[in-house]
Design a protein around this ligand. Sequence first.
Ligand code: SF4
Length: 399
Amino acid sequence: MNTNETPLTRRRFLKTSAALGAGALLLPAISWAQAPAPSIPRRKFGRSGIDVPALGLGCMFDIADNLVILRQALDHGVNYWDTAVNYANGRSEIGIGSFLASNSDARKEIFLVTKASGAHSANDMTRLLTQSLERLNTDHVDLYFLHGMDDISRVDQPEIRAWAESAKKSGKIRLFGFSTHSNMERCLSAAAKLGWIDGIMFTYNYRLMETDDMKAAVDACHAAGIGLTAMKTQGARLGFDTPAQAALLDTLAGRGFTPGQSKLKAVMDNPKIAVACVQMPNLKWFRQNVAAALDQATLPLAQRDALRRHADATCSAYCGGCSHLCESALAGAAPVRDVLRYLMYQDHYTELDARALFAELAPEVRSALPRLDYSAAERACPRRLPIGSLMRSASTLLS
Ligand code: SF4
């Protein structure tokens, strides 16, 4: 996720710069050259009671080449670091491990999160965790996620639960949970009833937060003591090509925030979200997000309404993750949600290798994608996405 938006015209840039300059008076003054740095507000991570920063560092990029971000993050109290074995082809975990090798005292300051991708058994989990700990150069992680769950049945298994309890007992993990980009509301609501899930990382942004199902799912998890980490907080980058989009930019700039900062604040304004985890691969985005987190005021109504209107107007341009609808309409013939997510990565996440993710799909699945009839899926899609043309575009762009 980033706060880097579509390039502006010169005229619009000047207008926006003026607005940001005036609005900057409303933001906390930050001196990046002087210590001590202002520290991010902190929240409790569910029933664990562990203090975490409201802003977390998403490490889905080549950390090994950007170690300066880690030091800056610690200096500002952004000590929730989220990584995974497959981020940046392993160079995310390796980079954090490199940092810890030369800053061993820093380990106790960091709430370190990583994930098991493609685990199908307790043995898989043990192997993947062992490999991650070696790359991270540590003896434990604070939170370990099963990665990319789309149905609670993949998590709610006696073998997985026993593994999590054993790993916690051994001290190799402190907390256990899962991440989800698909069917988030269903996964959260079901997890709230289990009683043994400590944390969930899920897609949550201004496009998704207003539905009754999402509100109920977040409330249920919060009541159950599950620590919630929001990801994909930007809901894809805004464009400013149309008059309506330009008007939105002006409204957002009225508070002195960039569009990315406004979207982040909309997420952080929900106190039931413990951490808004944002990918920050450069210091510019890091500073923008820290400034947004330091500002204690909630997002004003005018900006919140502007985001809501934009979400409604562009509903069919954003996949909401409800894959149980479109994929069951196709009898499971195509992983629609995953492919559309990879397409979003291709368009908006330059640090991610969307083609490599697409290549992980089975060859027979990939080759079938351009030929399938998606009309039943399109009828089932509540957001009216043009699924057929998007899937064919993905096949061309990502192959
Ligand atoms: S394509 Fe439509 S139905 Fe499928 S996951 Fe996305 S929003 Fe939901």
